[in-house]
Design a protein around this ligand. Structure first.
Ligand SMILES: [Zn+2]
Ligand SMILES: [Zn+2]
Length: 111
């Protein structure tokens, strides 16, 4: 099942409705995570297991990724099929204030 996230920052920046993980018609082997592009500073989502995370707006791979690094913790999350309990504070640079203070919050599910 997919998860809808939003991101917020202390500076007031926010973005709603980011569709992560996967739905019925997308690739369950390549879940999507929230990315912030460090070239065009757009916030979006990208797969990250099969290929390098990429900005959907400009194609850059110079992105911050809100996904767990490889290891037992990530395997556990993939098995569960959800990362809604993971705190990604510190993973993403805010497009407005350029600090690593962007927070990823779970707002709902999609399929
Ligand atoms: Zn970009
Ligand atoms: Zn900010």
């Amino acid at each position: 099942m997919g998860e809808i996230k939003r991101v917020i920052c202390d500076c007031g920046f926010k973005k709603q409705r980011l569709y992560t993980w996967f739905g019925f018609h997308s690739d369950s082997e390549n879940p999507k995570a929230v990315v912030v592009c460090r070239d065009c500073w757009k916030v979006g989502t990208s797969g990250y297991l099969k290929s390098a995370p990429t900005c959907a707006h400009c194609g850059s791979t110079n992105v911050d990724l809100a996904a767990l690094p490889p290891g037992p913790e990530r395997d556990e999350v993939l098995k569960r099929g959800s990362d809604r309990l993971v705190d990604y504070r510190g993973y993403l640079t805010c497009p407005r204030c350029k600090k690593r203070t962007l927070e990823v919050l779970h707002t709902g599910d999609w399929d």
